[in-house]
Write a protein that binds this ligand. Structure first.
Ligand SMILES: NC(=O)c1ccc[n+]([C@@H]2O[C@H](COP(=O)([O-])OP(=O)(O)OC[C@H]3O[C@@H](n4cnc5c(N)ncnc54)[C@H](OP(=O)(O)O)[C@@H]3O)[C@@H](O)[C@H]2O)c1
Length: 290
């Protein structure tokens, strides 16, 4: 069986949807914190068992019969997430899984100011030291473009701290690629970078936004501390503002400039570009306005 954690989340939930299009539901299981939120999967014939990274015994039960286990990276900000990941890896090994896959991040490593990358690096190290085959799906940045870019549709300006090149991928592509790997004939070993063909900067995104809307959208670089102060004044907790700033700082060194053809090869097409994603984002904003 292929067992997926985080199946009630966005990324691995979409991966399960892609798995259902590729293999019979009897080959798929999910390990979720709240089975009531996975009733739609049980109804389709997927095995649903309760599991949390804080409960090794429940994890082992939910991983029973696994050939492969896909582990989501925890987003529990109150927890020691590396310890949680180690617990999940150890439970998968003890349950006899033949391969563990983990949703890591492009640029995983300790040499950047962006804290999640060290968490992913420590998790990958534990995988490398475990007695099991493993794959780290090093996804590029993804998420809500509105959060990344701010109120540009109203203001005509993307006003953010200085940045450098990075891959902003569509989370749906990352999910599809994970399902391709999980159901593929040849395993993928170790880290695999899921990136765009070319990295982008916020200036590139402003240019794409201008082309899409026919309006001039300017990229304005804001001083780091002025940006933090402005976000805090608009209600963002300072810790969140500084965390976001650390991401911009990490991009400046070129840490995320590298690309890899893996994502397009796995998908059999180009990943959705930033322009494609902007078009979806603008359409979504228009629908929300009614
Ligand atoms: N590459 C990037 O730019 C990027 C961006 C955002 C997030 N991420 C990372 O990628 C992960 C997946 O992203 P997403 O978009 O799918 O986020 P999401 O929708 O918030 O899903 C996170 C999943 O992690 C599960 N989870 C959290 N703590 C857990 C625990 N202690 N035990 C078991 N499961 C736990 C959650 O379970 P419940 O459904 O029960 O809440 C949820 O299903 C995130 O958790 C985060 O680590 C990466």
């Amino acid at each position: 069986m292929i067992i997926v954690t985080g199946a009630t989340g966005v990324l691995n939930g979409a991966t399960v949807d892609h798995l259902l299009a590729r293999v019979p539901p009897s080959r798929i299981g999910v390990s979720v914190r709240d089975p009531a939120r996975a009733e739609h999967l049980a109804a389709r014939g997927v095995r649903v068992r309760q599991g949390s990274y804080d409960d090794p015994e429940a994890l082992r039960h939910s991983f029973e019969g696994a050939e492969q286990v896909l582990l989501v990276s925890s987003n529990d900000v109150t927890a020691d997430v590396v310890a949680q990941h180690r617990t999940a890896i150890d439970a998968a090994v003890q349950a006899g899984a033949g391969r563990i896959l983990y949703t890591s991040a492009h640029g995983a490593g300790v040499d950047t100011p962006y804290p999640p990358l060290a968490i992913h690096a420590a998790t990958e190290q534990h995988l490398a030291e475990a007695d099991v085959a493993w794959t780290a799906l090093r996804n590029g940045f993804y998420g809500d473009l509105g959060q990344l870019l701010g109120l540009w549709q109203e203001t005509g300006v993307i006003a953010k701290p200085a940045d450098g090149p990075f891959s902003w991928i569509d989370r749906r592509d990352a999910a599809e690629a994970a399902a391709v790997i999980l159901t593929g004939e040849s395993p993928v070993d170790g880290p695999v970078d899921m990136t765009l063909a070319s990295p982008v900067t916020l200036a590139d995104i402003a240019a794409a936004a201008s082309a899409l809307t026919g309006r001039r959208i300017d990229r304005v670089v804001v001083d780091d501390e002025e940006w933090v102060a402005s976000e805090v004044a608009h209600g963002m907790p300072e810790a969140v503002a500084r965390f976001t700033l650390s991401m911009f700082r990490a991009t400046r060194s070129g840490h995320f400039a590298g690309t890899d053809p893996a994502l397009s090869e796995l998908l059999g097409r180009e990943p959705r570009s930033v322009a494609d994603q902007l078009a979806d984002h603008v359409a979504g904003s228009a629908r929300a306005r009614g």
